[in-house]
Design a protein around this ligand. Structure first.
Ligand SMILES: [Zn+2]
Ligand SMILES: [Zn+2]
Length: 207
């Protein structure tokens, strides 16, 4: 397995949408399509990637707005944690109404829970349930890399003041699910630049 990560910053909230795939086989998935862009479609086609899942790390509108469009193009289920699944179908719960940014809603077709291993072709995904930013937030670990959604950022942590947020839960998630990973683990956050677990452990002012 040779993980390749393609990133596009989408929506006015600058969400990182990721296409993660095995460069050896072309098996991959789409993570947090806040918006679906033509360039994502072209990238997948050009690199002959098979998208096995459309995975939302959580149900905020800025991470899910491209679900429906991606789903129309690819035969891949939309997946998220059951506690955030209602957000995918609701302009109110996803925050879309509150921010005044309408999106096309869609349903979660499959749910994922803590510790679950999902096979995206040759890629093995491990789901880490990391509540705190939202009740059903997850991080996705693939080999030595982890996609942290809005749980952990380079130099920051997710907000816990939105509906469903919980400060204690967020810090517990970060401590017990992320900070136990090897220092060299690379993190791909839902916003902003990449980092490493060891770098965050030493320099993140919130931890
Ligand atoms: Zn969020
Ligand atoms: Zn976000």
């Amino acid at each position: 397995m040779k993980l390749c990560v393609y990133k596009e910053e989408v929506t006015p909230l600058a969400v990182n949408a990721y296409i993660a795939y095995d460069a050896e086989t072309g098996d991959g998935l789409l993570i947090d399509p806040g918006e679906f862009t033509e360039s994502m479609g072209r990238y997948v086609e050009k690199n002959r990637i098979r998208i096995h899942y459309i995975l939302d790390t959580h149900g905020h509108f800025d991470h899910i707005g491209g679900n429906a469009a991606a789903r129309r193009l690819w035969e891949a289920p939309i997946v998220c944690h059951p506690l955030d699944a209602p957000m995918l179908e609701s302009a109110e719960l996803s925050g879309s109404d509150f921010f005044g940014m309408p999106i096309e809603l869609s349903k979660a077709e499959q749910t994922i829970v803590d510790g679950q291993r999902l096979q995206a072709g040759s890629l093995e995904l491990e789901i880490l349930h990391t509540p705190g930013h939202t009740p059903g937030g997850v991080c996705v670990k693939i080999g030595d890399d982890v996609f942290t959604g809005d749980t952990l950022f380079a130099g920051g942590v997710g907000r816990y003041d939105f509906p469903g947020g919980n400060r204690a839960a967020l810090f517990q998630s970060i401590r017990e699910k992320l900070m136990i990973l090897p220092e060299a683990t690379r993190i791909y956050p839902g916003h902003g630049p990449e980092s490493q677990i060891g770098v965050e452990a030493r320099t993140n002012p919130f931890l």
